[in-house]
Design a protein around this ligand. Sequence first.
Ligand code: ZN
Length: 251
Amino acid sequence: MTNLDPNSTPAEGMQASAPPVARRSLLMLGLGLFAGCMTAGCVTGGPKSARLPGPIWPDQSLLTAKPEILTPAPLAPLPPTPTLIGVIPRSSWTKATPDAGNIDPMLPVKWITVHHDGMSPFTATDFDSCAGRIELIRNGHRGKGWADIGYHFVIDRSGRVWEGRDMRYQGAHVKDQNEGNLGILCVGNFDQQTPSMAQLAALDRHLRTCMMKYKVKSPHVLSHQEWASAHTACPGRNLQSKMDGIRRAVA
Ligand SMILES: [Zn+2]
């Protein structure tokens, strides 16, 4: 409360108008009395209490006033995970946010899983078409009742890496095996087309980045179909045939 505060008490108003030296003396006296009351001697009535004022306190309101209870400010929400260097932020392809009530926090990353989208063959490389493809996938996953796009990263045919589901959240991309499992999608259908060289090079680079960042060894880099729980052809035979080479390259 400041001296200009319209709610200030008369006592505070009087103190405000006192000469500086007198005011300081009052303040020192007040501090001394309060400091004294923090000691055991004051509480138990030891010798020091004999020097304290009698039962009529100069300003009883100072003793009876209830301390102001400060309500702590609510915690700020967690800041977004910093986007990895070279990764196109999610905000460039969608304004949608995950269904926060239906999503688990990410556990420490122990696995990385590679996917294709398995839809119709996709050959576009321009930014807008790729952004549209990712949004289409997100909509498909939302339509299944999932909280968001299931994968954490998406790699297009020109070698761009896009942010998918925020890494703060567990993905949804391998049946019963999503805990600590980072999902990378390569757009396209690799049963019907081959991944581009730029896409494979970006996959290699991004795997290395994620393996280093999350301390994942190459035996823990799997394709979707390499999970026993998954009965799928993902990531398609033309990417699956590259998986051993990819693991050797990034080991
Ligand atoms: Zn898959």
